[in-house]
Design a protein around this ligand. Structure first.
Ligand SMILES: Nc1nc2c(ncn2[C@@H]2O[C@H](COP(=O)(O)OP(=O)(O)OP(=O)(O)O)[C@@H](O)[C@H]2O)c(=O)[nH]1
Length: 601
């Protein structure tokens, strides 16, 4: 165990793609924690999906030993943080386990929305900030300009910025020296009863839930009985140790240290991120560490197996994913159109996408997902209130007194030439303007308030398209507000398809209904008969399109000749069918359920 004065706990925060993982690799390599050969492209991003999407999802922690220029050896604990807004809560928990943060800024991009969002979280957690201007090897790098930006926007003197290239290793030692000099050693009392913060966890088939902890006070030892203050669960610590980056058992962890405990818990729910670990004997004497909050899903969608028989498999897969991901919520749901499936709650759209992909890739399931929805607070005329996260479960409008929907505070960084088009985009999404700040002559920070329902429908892609990729976005929950909403039903061949129902603002209902049926006409394949598609509010049909009947057989092309070609065509047709659901007697493809996401403006 290292004495407290020689421990430094820090994290790296950055906007997506500014080079956090690459820099982490350089630090691991420089300190000899991982050899170059061992260092796979990105050690810290372990999940395959993370690697592919190039984003960090789960926070990780690695212990390094570094002999500084002062001749002393230090224990440096690097806590990696997720870079995406969906995971803000995990970021803030990781930050709470540190005393310092490297703020990485891309020298070709400058400060972006999540640079600031993460910086604010770090300041809230009272961390020392070390700005690192990365990618200075690139020809388009403008380190001087970015330095000035750091001084003007963040208020840190520009001389304190470290210039680095994580790719080439420039500046690595300067960064390590700055960590030793500028980051405070951990405070906390080793004589006090144990308090350790759980800042992340993962499930291991042999050791149960592995909790990633920061010991704030006291010590913890293997075989000791501990209790989780928020959930009340108790267990004996099977193993205690640190990450190197693999788990190294050390028998104990002391005040100020970061490491893991193997808890034997069978579910991450017993050991939530943000919870405090203590000893049963100290339970009544210690205050839990602040800031625990259960993750709250914001975006909901139905997930259905394409093959009805796969329902039990889907349930098992969700069960298993949830072992590792306490923020994933699901419950059984039945849809008239899609059969048996699950209503799932996610932290955000990216989270939803990740879960969907993991179900398909790791569990080999074909999933049909309905369009994402938010959770509405509905007050009925009889005075009762309910939360509705599925449009088809909305009570009939005669019974509704009012509906409130979640609004987000959003901030957008953009070159000033795009202000007009962004303003226009946000207004068509019912957003309201809050503020505009010039960051430098040609870059601005715009802030708005906007319904989450509008944000999850293609907003980010639209923003990127309209600004040629230059704008960056960040958002946080801003409260519930009453809105004039209606339910839009879609009828296919005269039958209302519950999974296509939408909640929309009354003023936009007509336009959206029309756009949607037009889109659906293009997506629903021709059948042997004519298929009308209608949009309706209550019993009033507001728009109608028709899918014409099919005229020719696909096999007609083959002139009865080439059998391989015929088989190929049939195979292809089968492929195409994979993501189809038969509703009534009409085949509806997956894209139809997502059509609402791409209606354009
Ligand atoms: N030229 C150059 N490229 C770099 C440097 N640092 C990182 N990159 C590249 O920038 C891209 C993003 O780097 P990552 O380290 O994955 O970024 P990140 O911040 O960890 O991204 P998230 O995990 O999504 O938050 C990768 O293609 C890196 O190879 C650098 O110093 N110079």
């Amino acid at each position: 165990m290292t004495d407290q004065a020689h421990i430094r706990n820090f994290c790296i925060i950055a906007h997506i793609d500014h080079g956090k993982s690459t820099l982490a690799d350089r630090l691991l390599e420089f300190t000899g924690t991982v050899s170059k050969r061992e260092l796979m492209a990105q050690t810290l991003d372990q999940m395959e999906l993370e690697r592919e999407k190039g984003i960090t999802i789960k926070a990780q922690a690695v212990r390094m030993r570094y002999t500084a220029l002062d001749g002393e050896e230090y224990e440096l604990n690097l806590i990696d943080t997720p870079g995406h807004v969906d995971f803000t809560y995990e970021v803030s928990r990781s930050l709470a386990a540190c005393e310092g943060a490297l703020l990485v800024i891309d020298a070709t991009q400058g400060i972006e929305a999540q640079t600031l969002a993460n910086l604010y979280l770090a300041l809230e957690a009272d961390l020392s900030i070390i700005p690192v201007i990365n990618k200075i090897d690139l020809p388009s790098a403008e380190p001087e300009k970015v330095r000035q930006e750091v001084e003007d926007v963040i208020g840190i003197p520009k001389e304190e910025c470290i210039l680095a290239s994580a790719k080439e290793g420039t500046g690595t030692q300067d960064i390590l020296e700055a960590i030793v000099k500028l980051v405070q050693p951990p405070k906390g009392e080793v004589e006090q009863p144990l308090r350790a913060l759980v800042f992340d966890s993962h499930y291991d088939a042999y050791k149960g839930v592995i909790a990633y902890v920061r010991v704030v006070d006291g010590q913890l030892h293997q075989d000791e009985r501990v209790v989780m203050m928020a959930t009340g669960s108790t267990t004996d610590i099977l193993e205690a140790g640190y990450f190197h980056p693999r788990l190294i058992s050390a028998g104990a962890l002391t005040t100020g240290e970061v490491g893991y405990i193997a808890t034997g818990f069978k579910n991450v729910k017993d050991c939530r991120v943000g919870d405090t670990v203590t000893l049963p004997s100290a339970l009544t004497r210690v205050e839990p560490l602040s800031g625990y909050q259960p993750a709250k899903p914001m975006v909901f969608a139905g997930l259905y197996p394409v093959e009805g028989n796969d329902y039990p498999l889907l349930r098992d897969a969700l069960d298993r994913l949830q072992l590792n991901d306490a923020s994933l919520f699901y419950e059984p749901e039945t849809s008239g159109a899609l059969g048996f499936g699950f209503r799932c709650g996610f932290l955000g759209l990216l989270h939803m996408e990740i879960i969907q992909e993991r179900l398909e890739r790791e569990y080999n399931l074909d999933i049909l997902a309905t369009a994402p929805s938010v959770a509405y607070l509905v007050t009925k005329t009889d005075g009762t209130t309910m939360e509705v996260d599925n449009p088809s479960a909305m009570p009939s409008f005669g019974d509704i007194e009012k509906i409130e929907e979640p609004w987000m505070d959003i901030s957008i960084f953009t070159p000033s030439r795009y202000i007009g088009t962004i303003m226009d985009l946000v207004t068509t999404r019912r957003g309201t303007y809050k503020d505009l700040k010039y960051i430098e002559a040609e870059r601005v920070l715009l802030t708005y308030s906007m319904p989450l329902a509008e944000l999850i429908i293609d907003f980010y892609d639209q923003l990127k398209t309209r600004t040629q990729g230059y704008a960056s976005l960040d958002y946080s929950f801003g409260g519930y507000h009453e809105s004039d909403l209606v339910k839009l039903d879609i009828l296919v061949n005269g039958v209302a398809v519950d999974a296509l129902s939408l909640i929309v603002h009354r003023e936009k209902a007509y336009h959206q209904g029309r756009a949607l049926v037009e889109k659906l006409r293009g997506l629903i394949p021709r059948q042997l008969f004519e298929v009308p598609i209608q949009a309706a509010i209550g019993s009033r049909v507001i728009s109608r399109e028709t899918v014409k009947a099919m005229r020719k057989d696909v096999l007609a092309k083959c002139y009865g000749g080439d059998i391989t070609r015929k088989r190929k065509l049939l195979e292809k047709q089968k492929e195409g069918k994979k993501r189809m659901k038969i509703v009534g007697n009409v085949e509806i493809p997956q894209e139809a359920f997502m059509a609402v996401l791409s209606l354009g403006e």
